[in-house]
Design a protein around this ligand. Structure first.
Ligand code: ITT
Length: 438
């Protein structure tokens, strides 16, 4: 495949060729244009548009990148290439940076790389990659280019210019941005396509959802046993509606994810809709199918006649829709708490409500903590672990209930199903390592 790249920077061309093996990189200098946008993405678009007109029906790309230093309010930023003025001079830029940071203790910085693509159909896509680190007191190393001798990435004690090309490309802003480019052009390194629908529905999170219902159902079974043991009327309820409610909860979650990405279609960079991998229309159809599946399950299995399911299910959908627009973490927590309540099918007990409240608190906390994760890969990883952690919470609740109510065999069945979900979660994480959990 041929990719025209709008740049005059030979170092960039070399790195792009290393990161995209098998892609024929054809540099095309967009000479004479003014890179006057206020941000990297705007400048990348200016550059790519300048060459796309020359190569109709082909893939064209531009990279606008630079260094942002916290103590300098984000400078050099979009002016990285000409920080010390025209004509561009790397030694002068680096010397000025060190001078401006003399005596400054907080040397936190990040490289940002915005890539703009124009596809053969003329559609534009933009992606961004970042690499966090700090500015050294003095330059070191001879590899790379630009500010590389001064930038020490997080987790390393060597500058970019002391790393091999492979080491740099594996963690660099350009490496991360081009990884997303590969998804967009449907061609991944190792030839493993990452289906954008798997990303839209965050497939690695799906096994965490039905377990909420199992927990609510286990609490309900315990309560029914309690009532019958005390001489009340409650007879052991059937398990079939529990499985249906668990399935419906997965579709409700998928509905919420599609709705979330539709609402953020213009802003959520890195998601499949803004990346151009899924059209807005297709995502709307998927959202409609998910909610139709919930209603079909409700109507055809009789769940909709149980207010103990239909009321929390309705409120759950409302909280998800509200969360997607307001972004209040408590609403996200409420949605998962209501998911637990959906399992209380035949008897909503104080234990079910207590567990639902615990879920509200946990998920609200994780959602709050995830704010700003886009710019912080370490936080993003921790959020992924915390989201998966809900399965362990589910298992702990199921084990506790199974131990507390040894006479209720059905709770042990739910515990087995919960353990199967954990296995499924591990399997999905292995099968789809590139699908983000958040
Ligand atoms: P084109 O616009 O022709 O692509 P350029 O060098 O002018 O080339 P930019 O406008 O994107 O590119 O400016 C990027 C500057 O940021 C670049 O000149 C370096 O000083 C710095 N920079 C970007 N990526 C870098 C990297 O990986 N290592 C070191 N410095 C980098």
């Amino acid at each position: 495949m041929k990719l025209y790249v709008a740049t005059h920077n030979a170092h960039k061309v070399r790195e792009i060729s290393q990161i995209l093996p098998g892609v024929e990189i054809v540099p095309d200098d967009p000479e004479g244009i003014e890179e006057n946008a206020p941000d990297f993405t705007g400048n990348a678009l200016i550059k790519v548009r300048a060459i796309a007109a020359r190569h109709p029906g082909e893939w064209c790309m531009a990279d606008d990148s630079g260094l942002e230093v916290k103590a300098l309010g984000g400078a050099p930023g979009v002016r990285s290439a000409r920080y010390a003025g025209e004509p561009c001079s790397t030694p002068a830029n680096n010397a000025l940076l060190l001078k401006n940071l003399a005596g400054v203790a907080d040397r936190t910085a990040n490289f940002t790389c915005a890539v703009a693509l124009v596809g053969p159909d003329g559609r534009e896509h933009t992606v961004v990659g970042k690499c966090f680190g700090r500015i050294a007191e003095a330059p070191s190393g001879a590899e790379g280019f630009g500010y590389d001798p001064l930038f020490v990435p997080d987790g390393y004690d060597r500058s970019f210019a002391e790393l091999t090309a492979e080491e740099k490309n594996a963690i660099s802003h350009r490496g991360k941005a081009l990884e997303k480019v590969l998804e967009c052009i449907g061609k991944r390194r190792e030839n493993r396509p990452c289906n954008p629908w798997l990303r839209l529905f965050r497939v690695v999170n799906l096994p965490t959802v039905p377990g909420d219902v199992l927990v609510g159902a286990a609490a309900m079974l315990a309560a029914c046993w309690h009532v019958s043991a005390a001489g009340g009327q409650a007879s052991p309820p059937p398990l079939a509606p529990v499985w249906w409610a668990a399935l419906a909860s997965v579709f409700m979650y998928m509905f919420g994810l599609a709705d979330n990405d539709i609402v953020g279609a213009k802003t959520d960079k890195g998601r499949p809709i803004p990346d151009g991998c899924i059209s807005l229309g297709a995502a709307r159809v998927a959202r409609a199918i998910c909610i139709a599946a919930v209603m079909a399950i409700g109507v055809f299995t009789g769940l909709s006649r149980l207010p103990t399911w239909s009321v929390p299910a309705f409120l759950l959908v409302c909280s998800v829709v509200a969360y997607n627009r307001l972004k209040w973490p408590l609403l996200m927590g409420l949605a998962r708490g209501l998911n637990v309540a959906c399992g209380g099918l035949f008897l909503v007990s104080p234990v079910t409500l207590g567990l639902a409240a615990l879920w509200v608190a946990y998920i609200a906390f994780v959602t709050k903590y995830s704010e700003g994760e886009e710019d912080d890969p370490a936080r993003k990883r921790r959020v992924g672990a915390l989201v998966g952690g809900i399965v362990y919470l589910q298992l702990a609740a199921l084990i506790a209930l199974a131990l507390a109510f040894p006479h209720v065999a059905a709770i042990r069945t739910l515990l087995l199903a919960g353990a199967a979900l954990l296995v499924l979660l591990r399997l999905f994480k292995t099968l789809f390592p590139r699908v983000s959990a958040s």
